[in-house]
Design a protein around this ligand. Structure first.
Ligand code: NAP
Length: 248
């Protein structure tokens, strides 16, 4: 099926910031593909969004699932205009940041670190590489990666800074690695006009932090949508928050 509407895939779009981003992109007239580990929960969100939103089963840590999702999008639309790599985990279930189990590096469970990197870093590479052939068929593809203020080496290197008292041995390093991955893709794809950026949404009221965040998912989604809509003169390889660029 060929369509002039832009096609956007959001991973982990069944709830939280991913869902709000899917809603925001759909409200702007895009055809949204709701990526969800549970197809059933994804379909419920796609139905709630309405219009031509659809769901696709997508576990970013399962290569077979990633490959199948790309095939579904290729068969339905033949291309992809926007990829939002939103799926992410803290490694601490739904604990608030001060209760996270990954706090102390000397005591962190290595399996937790691996699990967090599988989703937050390796999952992004798997999904991006599976979708790249489709993104390359779009006129001006955009990739948006959900990072965090906690990714900033500059912020957590400062012993007097706000993150020094909030150690995180798995989540923070995973998002720092994601920032590096974002830059690698930005550099590779710059010449093709595909813009790749990372956005830190701030402290958002979602399950990942036990709903202790202060911003709404809809507020967080504004930053995601802005990077998905960048014109050809927009930045690539940027690390953004709602308040502007963040230090690496
Ligand atoms: P959330 O409500 O917990 O949503 C996380 C989403 O990721 C869910 O849809 C979840 O699906 C999905 N997910 C987890 N593992 C997955 C996998 N293996 N494959 C596919 N999907 C998977 O949290 P959120 O706050 O919206 O988080 C969205 C992104 O924002 C994350 O990357 C997070 O690190 C980032 N972020 C959030 C905050 C904040 O304050 N909330 C701050 C900075 C950055 P299930 O429902 O199936 O588990």
């Amino acid at each position: 099926m060929h369509t002039e509407r832009k096609i956007a895939l959001v991973t982990g779009a069944n709830k939280g910031i991913g869902r709000a981003s899917a809603e925001g992109l759909a409200a702007l007239g895009m055809t949204v593909v709701v990526g969800s580990r549970s197809l059933e929960r994804g379909e419920a969100v796609a139905a709630a969004i309405g219009g031509d939103a659809v769901a696709v089963a997508l576990d970013v840590t399962d290569q077979d699932s990633v490959t199948k999702a790309a095939k579904v999008i290729e068969e339905r639309y033949g291309r992809l205009d926007v990829l939002v790599n939103n799926a992410g985990i803290s490694g601490s279930g739904n604990a608030a940041p001060q209760d996270a189990v990954d706090r102390v590096p000397s005591a962190v469970d290595l399996a937790t670190v691996r699990e967090v990197f599988e989703v937050n870093v390796f999952g992004v590479i798997a999904v991006t590489n599976a979708m790249l052939p489709l993104l390359r068929r779009a006129e001006a593809a955009r990739i948006v990666n959900l990072t965090s203020h906690a990714a900033s080496l500059t912020l957590y290197a400062d012993p007097d800074g706000p993150l020094a008292g909030l150690p995180s041995a798995a989540y923070s390093p995973s998002k720092t690695a994601l920032n590096a991955v974002t830059l690698q893709y930005a550099n590779e794809l710059r010449g093709e006009g595909i813009l790749v950026n990372a956005v830190a949404p701030g402290y958002v009221d979602t399950e990942i932090n036990g709903n202790t965040g202060v911003l709404t998912p809809a507020q967080a989604a504004e930053g995601v949508v802005a990077l998905a809509l960048l014109g050809s003169d927009g930045p690539t390889g940027a690390f953004h928050s709602a308040d502007g660029p963040l230090p690496w």
